[in-house]
Design a protein around this ligand. Structure first.
Ligand code: FMN
Length: 174
C-alpha cells in the first residue's frame, strides 16, 4: 500500500502524444476513448514556428545536436500508470525531439510502452531505436501502430499551386 493512503490503480492506462497537424491526435483520441484511458498532450515549453520550413529546420538542428527541448509540463503521477500508449509523427526520419525529452523526464521502468506512429510516407526510420535507448527499462512492444498520414508539405504545395493558378498569390500578399 502507498503510505499516502492512495493506491495506485493497477492497469491504469495513459495515452500520451505529440502532434503538429493533427494526424497523430486523431489516433490518440480513438485509443483514449476505446480504452477509457487518460490523455496527455506532449507540448514543448516554446512552440515550434507556424511556418513549416522553419519547423523542419529547427527539428533538424535539434535532432543533429541531440537537443531535448523543455516540455510545457510533465505527466502528473506517472507512477500510477502501468501502460503507456505513446504517439508521435516521424520528424526527420526519427522521433521528434520532444519525445526524447518526454522519455528522459519520466520514469517508465517496468511500464508497458506501446507506440503509435504516423509518418508522411517514409516509414518509422530510427524511432523505435530512439524509444528503446531513451526508455531502456520500459517493456517496449514491437506491435506498434504505424500509419501513413497526410504530409503538411504536400498540402502546402497543392495550396500554393492553386493560389497561383487563380492568381490570388500576389494579389493577397502584404
Ligand atoms: C518537421 C517535420 C519533419 C517530417 N519528417 C518526416 C520524415 O522524415 N519522414 C516522413 O515520412 N514524414 C515526415 N514528416 C511528415 C509527418 O510525419 C506526417 O505528416 C505525420 O503524419 C504528421 O503527424 P501530425 O499531424 O500528428 O503532426 C515530417 C513532418 C514535419 C512537420
Amino acid at each position: 500500500a502507498d503510505p499516502s493512503g492512495r493506491l495506485a490503480t493497477p492497469g491504469k492506462i495513459l495515452v500520451a502524444y505529440f502532434s503538429r497537424t493533427g494526424n497523430t491526435r486523431v489516433v490518440a483520441g480513438q485509443i483514449q476513448r476505446a480504452l477509457g484511458a487518460d490523455l496527455f498532450e506532449i507540448l514543448p515549453a516554446t512552440s515550434y514556428p507556424e511556418d513549416y520550413a522553419q519547423t523542419v529546420e529547427q527539428a533538424r538542428r535539434e535532432r543533429d545536436n541531440n537537443v531535448r527541448p523543455a516540455l510545457k509540463s510533465g505527466v502528473p503521477r506517472i507512477a500510477d500508470y502501468q501502460t503507456i500508449y505513446l504517439g508521435f509523427p516521424i520528424w526527420g526520419e526519427t522521433a521528434p525531439p520532444v519525445i526524447r525529452s518526454f522519455l528522459a523526464s519520466h520514469d517508465l521502468a517496468e511500464k508497458t510502452l506501446i507506440p503509435f506512429i504516423t509518418h508522411g510516407g517514409y516509414g518509422v526510420g530510427s524511432s523505435m531505436d530512439v524509444l528503446s535507448a531513451h526508455a531502456p527499462r520500459a517493456r517496449l512492444t514491437d506491435a506498434a501502430f504505424v500509419m501513413q498520414g497526410e504530409q503538411e508539405k504536400q498540402t502546402l504545395e497543392r495550396v500554393s499551386g492553386w493560389l497561383g493558378k487563380i492568381g490570388a498569390g500576389k494579389a493577397r500578399a502584404g
